[in-house]
Design a protein around this ligand. Structure first.
Ligand code: FES
Length: 163
């Protein structure tokens, strides 16, 4: 039962409402997280304690599910999505060094969004193994990717008007 004396938290009211819609059923945790992400665009950090309270689960349990599944976002999506392949062929062609270089240039880790609005996501094969290492910028496939080529593609995508 939520504590009415506690000040409202960002994302908490949406979490409460969605938990109630699922009858505060702990077995519905994944559905609740999906519904919350659909409603808010991501799962706000302040929703975690609220969900744990409503479902009578530990915060660590909710956080564990949230971080285990790559589909869940804990921050809003950036303007541009960059997918970096970590599949075997790409690994053999230097994907990890490429990922490190791109992340350093953007100032964000895999799974995060950079200050300039690039969400960097790992993927595990883009079907472009012959041209490894492969990447995708807003759906546009890039083979034989280098940090310089990705920088150029990202800067071009960021300069396009918002969709
Ligand atoms: S392993 Fe990277 S595109 Fe297939």
């Amino acid at each position: 039962m939520p504590n009415p004396a506690r000040p409202p938290l960002e994302g908490a009211s949406a979490a409460r409402e969605i938990c109630a819609r699922h009858g505060d059923d702990p077995a519905a945790l994944i559905e609740i997280l999906h519904d919350l992400q659909e409603a808010e665009g991501h799962v706000p950090p302040d929703a975690v304690p609220e969900i744990a309270l409503a479902l009578n689960l530990g915060r660590a349990e909710v956080h564990g599910v949230l971080t285990f599944y790559h589909d869940f976002r804990q921050a809003p999506e950036g303007r541009v999505e960059l997918q970096l392949c970590r599949g075997e062929s790409c690994q053999a062609m230097g994907a990890e060094a490429l990922i490190a270089a791109v992340c350093a240039r953007r100032g964000a880790a895999l799974g995060e969004t950079s200050a300039d609005g690039v969400t960097i996501k790992p993927v595990y094969c883009l079907g472009n193994c012959a041209l490894a290492p492969a990447a995708r910028v807003d759906g546009r496939l890039i083979g034989r990717a280098s940090a310089e080529r990705l920088d150029a593609a990202l800067d071009a995508a960021l300069s396009e008007p918002a969709r």
